[in-house]
Design a binder for this molecule. Structure first.
Ligand code: R5P
Length: 314
């Protein structure tokens, strides 16, 4: 991987390219890495096309920092940006996309369904030399490089940031994952702190219909869990419709915990998801700044900066 943060004379520093919709996070990344930052300007034409204007001068190495929620527009804008940057002589382009889109459709469930994960992964690989993301939804594959077949496809995790955040809020919470995929994050958060945890079983019937059920067994200690009077934290990677969290909350409430909080890496919370969770009496709804959302409570940009420092130094 050739992310050069700065050369020996400091004359050819890597530049961070930012977009308005993810500017505070890009500015934070630039600050953490002591790198210059410039903005890409977008103009929407009346017909729906976008005019993309890059800074007039670009160094050989750039980092484009933009999360890929609202992916359909953003992917086109990123491809135009990367191509225009190459025209200007840029040699190495890193994409920092804390939320990576189209990772969930990783197989064809029915004949004819496109496997978007592979298609979009290949597209990113064609335009970016390295891609860095946080907790991509890799269900049936272990390695992001299987989806983005380029030299450097790096997966970071929000678990450290989540754990640090939770330690400031609770002394001894019980951590719950709403489905089997969440076990990796739940374990990473709970085990170092010796917090109790368990994982529920989820059955999905449609975009908005899921069932969540609990074994009520502490997987760490293999004992029965008593949630009554405890601070419960439900951890997941993504909240989209919020139905997974909602169903988990409904089950947990039956055991009369002291409080129920939810914390996710990527916050979509579409439509009335936040309202529904509030109506269920959820005490706290927290997310990382991977996607700008009113629930953002902690940042994953330090995690990204640490990775870039390691890569830049090697
Ligand atoms: C799925 O396996 C993910 O980890 C999330 O649980 C899921 O994407 C959440 O979706 P929703 O909020 O629509 O239930």
């Amino acid at each position: 991987m050739i992310i050069i943060l700065f050369n020996k004379t400091g004359t050819e520093m890597t530049l961070i390219l930012a977009f308005e919709d993810y500017l505070p996070q890009a500015e934070k990344l630039a600050f953490c890495l002591s790198l210059p930052i410039k903005q890409v300007n977008l103009h929407q034409f009346p017909d729906g096309e976008t005019k993309v204007t890059l800074p007039a001068e670009l160094p050989k190495n750039i980092i484009i920092c933009r999360s890929l929620n609202h992916p359909n527009d953003k992917l086109i804008e990123l491809i135009i940006t990367a191509s225009a940057a190459r025209e200007q002589g840029v040699k190495y382009i890193t994409l920092v996309a804390p939320y990576l889109c189209y990772m969930r459709q990783d197989i064809a469930f029915k004949t004819g369904e496109a496997i978007s994960q592979k298609i979009i992964g290949k597209l990113l690989s064609d335009y970016f030399d390295s891609v860095i993301t946080v907790d991509p939804h890799l269900h049936r594959i272990d390695n992001l490089a299987e989806a983005i077949p380029n030299n450097a496809a790096i997966t970071l995790h929000a678990s450290h940031a989540i754990s640090t955040f939770l330690q400031q809020k609770f002394k001894n919470p019980i951590i719950i994952g709403p489905d089997e995929e969440s076990e990796q994050w739940v374990k990473a958060i709970a085990t170092p702190q010796q917090w109790q945890y368990t994982i529920a079983t989820k059955q999905r019937y449609s975009d908005t219909k899921v069932d969540v059920s609990f074994s009520e067994r502490d997987l760490n200690k293999n004992t029965m869990l008593n949630l009554a009077g405890q601070d419960i934290i439900i951890v997941d990677d993504i909240a989209s419709t919020g139905k997974t969290l909602e169903q988990a909350v409904i089950q947990i409430k039956q055991q009369n915990p002291k409080s129920i909080s939810v914390i996710v890496t990527h916050a979509f919370f579409v439509d009335s998801a936040i309202k529904q969770l509030n109506n269920l009496g959820v005490n706290n709804i927290w997310s990382s700044d991977s996607i700008p959302h009113p629930s953002n409570a902690f940042s994953i940009i330090d995690t990204v900066a640490t990775q870039l420092k390691i890569d830049g130094a090697s």
